[in-house]
Ligand binder design. Structure first.
Ligand SMILES: *Cc1c(COP(=O)(O)O)cnc(C)c1O
Length: 461
């Protein structure tokens, strides 16, 4: 089990060949889920006293398990927020796995942490934060948002204590009604109240709307959260306006950019993010639109010292790691042991350069604009909103939810595309979430063509 013998060498050949073949697929099959019963029948007992052997397990994975997982990097995967890791990023994930690096402390993982921090510093520069900014890669945006809010509340608590003020009855955070579910989840975990700010008809939260929510919220608000790229529509809130309210009221300003903050890399879209430079913290998920494999969220603080004070775990057995000069990633979020999950992005950036990212992201924005224009011109279709980033939301006139669902099921069945209906103002809508540079206009048009009521066999794969 722990000797690299001839048998291991054979298994290594098989595993690496499998990985190589999967990476070379262009496109990979979309695949589709299976029922528990079907999987139980095809893969009955795999965890046994004797084991079934690596070759057999790999074969089972290739034949049964992997085809029961959607290929999120398929160019027709347009639901939720897809992912499309670069070849270099996926390759380097294999290296990270083979390297047994503990990413929680500088003492143990200095070289890897150094490289991860290069990426975080670059992101901070793009957003416009000072050089002293810093943070950590966490598992996902949900954990990033929670860790940032915990830091924000900690700062508010300390300030109250120092000022000799009592704790408020309830701590509160102001978020847009359009913001991501993970923020409400964070509030539940923290046992704080969410004060929803109405983002209005346009779905874009601005300073006035936040001010109104703040005026009604009463005592205990410690943070304002803006979204840079809402999940449903890809709308970037009025960051400058919200930042001003935060400044005027001495509140923490957090930007949830899990999906959309990547758009700041595109020179044409950059203006939408004016005001991002005032953030006290932000997140962006490399596993969404920064072309890294699952799972990674970059969490960056303007003043990481506050995060460190809020998050560092203290224990006798950890004391040896505590120094004032070394950067311990575990100190900046809710975690301790960690994979250096920022390294695939680091390797990919080093391989292709930032310019390639700007181009790829800009390409998705351009494609979204083109297909939106197509939808606007199409008879029987309604474009719900002009896309700001790379999410396009539309309706097929006269269709109800069951029509959309049946159509989506057909597309998934024939391996063409993965779409799921969403809703807007109580009505079902369809959305294209485009992050994959392999997705083409022709393909999107063919998908729209297949929404013809009479189309029995939508688009060939
Ligand atoms: C996806 C998303 C999240 C959650 O990120 P995970 O990595 O899935 O945990 C949070 N906020 C926004 C805006 C998102 O799009």
């Amino acid at each position: 089990m722990h000797s690299y013998d001839a048998k291991t060498q054979n298994l290594a050949d098989s595993v690496l060949r499998y990985a190589q073949e999967r990476l070379a697929m262009d496109p990979p099959p979309l695949d589709h889920p299976q029922t528990f019963e079907a999987l139980r029948a095809a893969a009955p007992s795999t965890v046994t006293e004797e084991g079934i052997g690596g070759e057999e397990a790999l074969d089972l994975f290739a034949r049964v398990l992997s085809p029961a997982c959607l290929s999120v990097d398929h160019p027709g995967y347009l639901a939720f927020i897809p992912t499309a890791p670069t070849e270099a990023a996926s390759l380097f994930d294999l290296v990270v796995s083979a390297s047994s690096i503990y990413g929680g402390s500088w003492m143990e993982g200095a070289g890897a942490v150094y490289a991860e921090n290069e990426v975080l510093a670059w992101l901070a520069r793009e957003v416009g934060l000072p050089e002293t900014a810093g943070g950590v890669f966490v598992q996902g945006g949900t954990l990033g948002n929670l860790s940032a809010l915990v830091t924000a509340r900690y700062r508010a608590q300390v300030r109250r204590e120092r000022a000799g003020l009592p704790r408020p009855d309830r701590w509160k955070v102001i978020i847009s009604a359009e913001s991501h579910s993970s923020l409400r989840s964070a509030a539940r975990i923290m046992d704080i109240d969410v004060i929803p700010a109405d983002a209005g008809e346009d779905g874009k939260l601005d300073g006035d709307e936040v001010s109104r929510a703040l005026a009604e919220a009463g005592d205990g608000v410690f943070a304002l959260v803006a979204t840079a790229g809402t999940t449903n529509f890809g709308i970037v809130d009025d960051l400058a306006g919200i930042a001003q309210v935060a400044k005027d009221n001495d509140l923490w300003f957090h930007i949830d950019g899990a999906y959309g903050l990547a758009g700041i890399l595109s020179p044409e879209a950059r203006y939408r993010y004016a005001g991002a430079e005032h953030a006290d913290s932000f997140i962006v998920d490399p596993h969404k639109w920064l072309y890294a494999p699952f799972d990674a969220c970059a969490l960056v603080y303007r003043n990481p010292q506050i995060a460190k004070a809020a998050h560092t775990q203290h224990a006798e057995y950890l004391d040896a790691l505590e120094t004032d000069t070394e950067w311990n990633p575990s100190d900046y979020a809710i975690h301790l042991s960690r994979r250096t999950r920022g390294l695939p992005l680091w390797f990919s950036l080093a391989t292709y350069g930032v310019g390639a990212y700007r181009k790829a992201i800009g390409g998705c924005i351009a494609l979204a604009r083109e297909i939106a224009e197509d939808i606007r011109q199409r008879e029987g279709f309604t474009l719900v909103r002009d896309p700001e980033l790379s999410v396009v939301v539309f309706q097929r006139d006269g269709w109800a939810l069951p029509d959309y669902e049946a159509w989506c099921a057909r597309l998934l069945d024939n391996g063409t595309a993965f779409l799921v209906p969403s809703s807007h103002q109580g009505k079902p809508v369809m959305r294209f979430a485009i992050v994959n540079p392999r997705t083409t206009l022709t393909q999107l048009r063919a998908i729209l063509d297949s929404m013809d009521r009479n189309a029995q066999n939508p688009v060939a794969p």
